[in-house]
Design a protein around this ligand. Structure first.
Ligand code: 4AD
Ligand code: MG
Length: 461
């Protein structure tokens, strides 16, 4: 058995082989031939199968060879006179493994809207766009591991179930085995000591706090896993379940961190452009006409580094009408971020030194008493793709910050121990993997950049 990618790229006329796949289209000629476009998901291109009355199994199953049917075919490769393909398979034998009733099969040949395809997320990977996204996700994942492995970072598996709220925004999904319905009826306050873990537990919003443990023990490390946020934001950039890449590096400051973030993004883009050329060409033609140009531009230029305070200055002195007001001390909105990266600097930018009041407790405090050593990487079309910081390594400052953020230092005793024993300057960041896939593919909606999106009121499949 050969995968279709291998047949299209590497096999030669004269070879006899067997392929398996699903029918994309079928066209019959008046001379009794049929041309079947077969795809098995290994690449964007189909394999053209030429079938005739001599093909064993064709006559008896001809009615079953419709879009979506699964076939296994044996034949001989021939040079193809057709455009866009080197070879085609002349079938000697054909067998229908699974039929797809044309009356009901939801993925007919015509173009479907992405909204409709989301409703059939179990079948959409059989379409060109979604199989291409799956391959780009795969290549980007491999590039991420390569980048860190080449630099001798340790891949650490941080827990999914957690009892600490890393970002402190109270957006956590609770994990419980308690009978909530019964409890709701008889109690106002839930006694979590009765629960499975003996305390309130949730799905993690970030692996950072645990990554810091390994960074300050075994050296540079990274996590790459699912994270969960119960944000009620119905935007094209938010998911309730998304994957995050979080490197954490000891003996590292914010400038080192910015350089790493830039090298990292460039590496992943270059790898995908190189290994997914056919899929990327497809995205550029069919999804977003500027995607290849944008990505090449990112690879070829340094990111601009701008302080939050300077960014506020740029925004207020621009003549733009904003939907959300710009004011020092407020978080930037998507419209502000996109203006800075798309219109003002026209390339990725790294904003740093944000007001402490809008950032989490663990970021290192600057001497000005107003800002922390935070950094956000903003890219065209997406806005924020990375959030990171240098971490507060001073025990007393960290404890004071926790109290300021209404956190109980006792609950973070293990995190504080890292500062109590052998504390070192360290830094890291988190990259939203689906936002990276949006950047790479040009897809408008983040829900199309993960196989099975979880968003408010939606967790089918
Ligand atoms: O900026 P965030 O909240 O940073 C952290 O979680 C840090 N603990 C990371 C670290 O320093 N180790 O999230 C990091 C990135 C964002 O820049 C964004 O790309 C992505 O995660 N992200 C989301 N992606 C999809 N849906 C959501 N709801 C997201 N929230 C954040
Ligand atoms: Mg952020």
């Amino acid at each position: 058995m050969a995968r279709i990618k291998e047949v299209r790229d590497e096999r030669n006329p004269g070879e006899e082989l067997t392929v398996n796949g699903w029918v994309r289209t079928r066209r019959d000629s008046k001379q009794g031939f049929a041309f079947i476009e077969l795809n098995d998901g290994s690449c964007l291109g189909n394999l053209q199968i030429v079938v005739d009355q001599e093909t064993k199994g064709f006559a008896e199953s001809t009615k079953e060879i419709t879009t979506g049917a699964a076939l296994t075919i044996t034949g001989t490769l021939k040079e193809s006179p057709g455009k866009g393909q080197r070879v085609e398979l002349h079938a000697s034998e054909l067998k229908v493994l699974g039929t797809a009733d044309p009356e009901t099969f939801p993925l007919q040949k015509k173009r479907h809207s992405f909204e409709y395809l989301r409703e059939i997320a179990h079948l959409r990977p059989r379409s060109n766009t979604f199989s291409a996204i799956a391959r780009v996700r795969n290549a980007a994942s491999a590039a991420i591991h390569n980048f860190f492995q080449e630099r001798h970072f340790l891949y650490v598996h941080t827990p999914i179930i957690t009892t600490s709220d890393c970002e402190g925004a109270g957006q956590m999904f609770r994990v419980t085995t308690l009978d909530l319905a019964r409890l709701a009826g008889i109690q106002t306050e839930i006694d979590y000591s009765q629960d499975f873990f003996g305390k309130a537990a949730s799905l993690t919003v970030s692996g950072q706090l645990e990554a810091e443990i390994y960074a300050t023990s075994t050296g540079p490390c990274y996590t790459f896993g699912p994270t969960f946020r119960a944000e009620n934001s119905n935007t094209t950039r938010h998911l309730a379940e998304f994957w995050m890449v979080e490197p954490e590096i000891p003996f590292f400051d914010l400038n080192d961190n910015m350089q790493l973030a830039q090298d990292f993004i460039k590496h992943v883009i270059s790898h995908v452009l190189e290994t997914c050329a056919e899929d990327m060409e497809f995205f550029n033609q069919r999804i977003e006409k500027t995607v290849l140009e944008t990505l090449q531009h990112i690879v070829d230029h340094d990111f601009e580094r701008v302080s939050y305070t300077d960014a506020i200055e740029i925004l207020t002195s621009s003549k733009k009408e904003w939907e959300f007001p710009v004011e020092w001390g407020h978080d930037l909105q998507s419209e502000h971020e996109r203006f800075l990266t798309e219109e003002h600097f026209k390339k990725p930018i790294i904003l740093f030194d944000y007001p402490r009041t809008i950032k989490p407790f663990y970021m290192r405090c600057n001497d000005d008493g107003k800002t922390v050593r935070a950094m956000d990487v903003l890219v065209p079309r997406i806005g924020e793709i990375i959030g990171g910081s240098q971490r507060e390594e001073r025990l007393d400052v960290l404890e004071a910050r926790m109290k300021e953020c209404d956190l109980d230092p006792e609950e973070y005793w293990w995190y504080l121990d890292l500062r109590r024993y052998g504390t070192v300057p360290h830094a890291g960041f988190g990259l939203g993997f689906e936002r990276l896939i949006q950047l790479l593919t040009g897809m408008q909606n983040i829900r199309d950049c993960i196989p099975f999106p979880r968003t408010p009121k939606n967790a089918e499949f």
